[in-house]
Write a protein of this length. Structure first.
Length: 744
């Protein structure tokens, strides 16, 4: 019970100190100040219209790089202002209003083509139209121009606020985003530690690991964008170096699965594996403490240094066998003994601890960051910020998921608008349309999740609205409540949609209430609940119209992942070349390998919510993910030997083997990426022949061996075999459902 209470308290502190809440509070403060400023100057009517401009401009205001932040936010008011005024112009014409809503919805949803950047803009445009519907019908063109002017003023003021606060909070956002990544990685380490238990369920833990790796990859991209931007000051450089150490630790964590199954089956390892498991958990606990220190903003000298656990690892390992007892043994007929594998495993865990110790030393200003390449080429590591037309043009085909999503949403809005015209509470029809657009997502899984949470959140939000209005609040109090509701909804949009739904209902309904009836305490809760249920039902039903099932997107994701794996393998093994003087190309290839694999994992998870007859074949997709991580693990071991223990390698033997392995792996994965739904190839043996025909001579302790070349050759052989298995799984994953026996 005490442990649960402590864990709950830790989660609360982490959420309260996160970048999400900081950003939400910043949005709240900006909303309050601007709304009150306009209210004091223009009264309730002007402030209500300005508040809509503030709200739609605040949607793209999320933690982001400082450079071109204005270009991230500016499209929202540029598109939103004319749509707000256009709806005002056609308010009295039901047919014209319907045309504007339908066309506006289609164009707004097509902005999703720009991915995460496009999502907030989509809702900015749609909410501009819907809040305009909530306002009273303007009596004249002059009134429309006046309200449009107040809308634009509110948007312009918040645009300035958003850009300014991004610069002010940049240092805080850097620390918070990095802390989230570190904590996310610590959870991965704890899952990895559970793999060391003799009775562990490897399949269940693998599924958990894949989920955690996908979450970590998502957190990582946002963190890279902010933390690696212009690392020119000592504080920024320190955080950027900590992020790079975290990436290295992630690589070594993947390599911890190498040879683990063999050790779990070996009776002589059972006494040592729990000790290795304990070291992983201790490292995870240290990282959790470091992430909390970053969230708390503690000064470097107050951060506790990490314990170097290398001595602990050495103390639990069994002694090496006498050198004279070693007999050369080809890989095809034998394997290294368990003692050697245990020492090798301990070395990987030691590398993780090394990176953790380095992160703590960097946080304490006790280590010197090495970021020459990042300082000059950081733009290569972050997401693009230009609004190019290429993403939109790529979504204009009939099978493109964004186009189909736009058509679905447009049809749902059209039907929702038509139905709302014939309801007894048609005066609030904008709420039906609001529910449709916030519930309907690009895939069925998220739509179903949001449907349930939207209904529950609306119910609770309506109760809060009634409680607020029952106190007969002043306009200033209502503005404060609207701002707080919208700020909290903004804060939890990517964390807890139920909370977002509650607070968005509170802020949205009060904002619409101000536009329509001012500070009147009247509120029809029954009508709003009916609107919500009807809108959620329509969003769910239309999710089956022109669906973009994941099975149609997965082959392209598999091919992207295979291409990324091939490029990563090529560049990882090129690190052994004497002509390769920079690891920057490999780092970029590693990022794409992980990102493409994360996209594949998320798409596979979403497919589980789809009807069984249209689900893709899950077994080969799961095999692709598992084999991809295993190949990355093998290549991490190769990369570590090339970069950390090069002096212990016979490069005259290693270089030809690296070149041969690179060609074999490249050929295997090139076939997989070019499969395009071909029939699976005939099964081939799991083990590839030894690279360059070299025998494997097992070493009891690879850390102290004078020559690690046999271990490198073994890793190359296993990596080649894994690439072959990956090709087979990828080929099967791209087989059309009808070939798998599923219904078309």
């Amino acid at each position: 019970m005490i442990d649960r209470a402590l864990a709950a308290g830790d989660r609360f502190v982490r959420v309260a100190l996160s970048q999400y809440v900081t950003n939400g509070l910043s949005v709240t403060l900006g909303l309050v100040l601007i709304m009150l400023l306009v209210y004091e100057s223009a009264g309730l009517a002007g402030a209500s219209s300005a508040a809509v401009g503030v709200l739609i401009t605040s949607l793209p205001d999320v933690p982001a790089p400082r450079r071109r932040k204005i270009m991230q936010m500016l499209p929202a008011p540029l598109f939103g202002t004319p749509m707000f005024m256009l709806v005002q112009l056609v308010r009295e014409e039901e047919l014209l209003l319907g045309v504007v809503l339908v066309a506006g919805t289609f164009l707004a949803v097509m902005l999703m083509a720009w991915g995460k950047r496009g999502g907030p803009l989509t809702f900015s445009v749609i909410f501009s139209m819907l809040f305009s519907m909530a306002a009273p019908t303007p009596p004249s063109l002059e009134a429309i121009a006046e309200h449009g002017g107040w809308f634009a003023l509110g948007a312009a003021l918040y645009l300035a606020w958003g850009v300014a606060t991004t610069h002010v909070l940049n240092a805080r956002f850097r620390a918070q985003l990095l802390a989230e990544c570190i904590h996310s990685f610590a959870q991965i380490l704890r899952t990895q530690a559970r793999r060391f238990a003799p009775n562990a369920d490897p399949q269940a833990l693998l599924a958990t690991m894949l989920d955690q790796q996908a979450t970590f990859a998502d957190h990582l991209q946002n963190t890279r964008d902010v933390v690696l931007e212009s690392p020119t000051t000592p504080a920024r450089t320190r955080l950027a170096a900590m992020l790079l150490s975290l990436l290295e630790a992630r690589d070594h964590q993947l390599a911890c699965d190498l040879d683990l199954d063999t050790l779990l089956e070996h009776d002589g390892s059972t006494a040592t594996l729990p000790a290795l498991q304990k070291v992983l958990n201790m490292t995870a606990a240290q990282l959790e403490r470091l992430s909390l220190n970053l969230l708390l903003g503690r000064s470097p000298h107050t951060i506790v240094p990490f314990a170097d656990l290398r001595s602990t690892l050495a103390g639990v390992l069994p002694p090496r066998a006498p050198e004279t007892r070693i007999e050369p043994e080809p890989l095809a007929t034998g394997a290294p003994d368990a003692v050697a594998l245990l020492h090798n495993m301990a070395d990987r865990i030691g590398h993780i601890n090394d990176e953790a110790v380095r992160m703590a030393a960097l946080a304490r200003n006790e280590a010197t960051p090495e970021l020459a390449a990042v300082r000059t080429q950081w733009q290569l590591f972050v997401s693009p910020t230009r609004w190019a037309f290429a993403p939109l043009l790529g979504q204009l085909s009939w099978r493109a998921p964004t186009l189909r999503y736009a058509l679905r949403a447009t049809l749902a809005v059209a039907v929702g608008y038509a139905v709302s015209l014939h309801l007894p509470w048609a005066g609030h029809k904008y709420w039906i349309l609001t529910t449709i657009v916030v519930v309907m997502r690009g895939n069925l899984a998220q739509t179903v999740q949001r449907r349930n949470q939207r209904v529950a959140g609306t119910l609770l939000g309506c109760v809060l609205v009634m409680a607020v209005l029952a106190t007969h609040p002043s306009a200033r109090t209502l503005f404060l409540t609207v701002a707080l509701g919208m700020g909290l909804a903004h804060a939890f949009a990517l964390r807890r949609y139920l909370l977002t739904s509650i607070f968005a209902t509170l802020g949205g309904l009060l904002q619409a209430h101000l536009l329509l009836v001012g500070v009147s305490p009247t509120f029809a809760i029954g009508e709003r609940l009916a609107d919500t249920l009807l809108g959620a039902l329509l969003a769910w039903l239309f999710s089956y119209v022109l669906p973009a099932w994941e099975r149609n997107q997965l082959p392209a994701l598999v091919r992207r992942s295979m291409q990324a794996q091939s490029q990563h393998a090529k560049l990882a093994m090129a690190l052994g070349s004497p002509t390769e003087t920079s690891d920057l190309p490999w780092r970029l290839a590693r990022r794409e390998a992980y990102d493409s694999l994360s996209a594949l994992t998320l798409a596979t998870q979403r497919s589980l919510a789809e009807p069984s007859q249209v689900r893709p074949p899950l077994a080969p997709l799961e095999a692709v993910q598992a084999r991809s991580y295993q190949l990355l693990a093998q290549l991490t071991a190769v990369k570590s030997m090339l970069l950390l223990r090069r002096a212990q390698l016979n490069m005259d033997v290693a270089l030809p083997a690296l070149q041969a392995a690179s060609k074999q792996i490249g050929d295997e994965l090139a076939e997989a990426s070019a499969a395009k739904a071909a029939k699976p190839a005939a099964a081939q043996p799991a083990d590839a022949p030894p690279i360059a025909g070299q025998p494997f001579q097992p070493r009891p302790d690879p850390l102290l061996a004078a020559d690690l070349t046999p271990w490198l050759l073994r890793r190359l052989t296993l990596a080649t075999a894994m690439a072959r298995e990956l090709k087979q799984a990828a080929t099967q994953a791209q087989v059309k459902p009808v070939e798998q026996g599923a219904r078309p």
